[in-house]
Write a protein that binds this ligand. Sequence first.
Ligand code: AMP
Length: 216
Amino acid sequence: MGAPGAGKGTVASTLKETFGMVHLSSGDIFRAVKASGSELGQELARYMDAGQLVPDELVVKMMANAIAENDESKGLMLDGFPRTVPQAEALDAQLDAGNTPLDAVVVLNVDDEAVVERITGRRRCPQCGKGFHVKFMPSARGEFCDECEGDVLLEQRDDDTEATVRERLKAYYDQTEPVIGYYRNAGRQMIDVDGNKSPSDVADNLINQIRSAGLS
Ligand code: AMP
């Protein structure tokens, strides 16, 4: 759990490397459907490009399929889902039915202004997929990818503009933060991490907490 730009995707990659878990990101799944241009993709785009949450019914159906398709013996790390209390309830029902309950809930805490700076500066190469940040991880070739031949212009995600980020933060506080309370009240194992630190410090802190909680 964590606000947009808290570093969920970044820390998830490190956890995947460290523990070999499967990483399931709802945002990545939805972006792939959106890129297909299908009718469902166009419907998702209407919400995503406005910084709004996709309706629960649609999310629960898509994520239930994605989870069911996975081999849970490797361990599953959910990123970006659940984002509302009804989604969390639907997930609990699915995991209980499969006798694969949640082991832990990770909460990455980060300041709003840091989120805006992180997200609006994100760039990605459309050709090789390499990620950059205009301030924290700039390309050696400015606006162009420094990995690719020729002048491949770096792109910004449609929903990474400042106005959309502020909408996404609002959606986070209104709809997603209550999910953290839902899990705390249910007595779940909670792991809180200071997401304002560098990616390697965040990952080290989280890995240590996972190990000391006996979860690895
Ligand atoms: P993300 O990459 O996690 O920031 O997700 C990008 C966008 O996808 C969000 O701003 C939402 O529009 C949509 N989205 C991703 N996950 C969910 C979810 N669990 N519930 C509703 N909308 C979602």
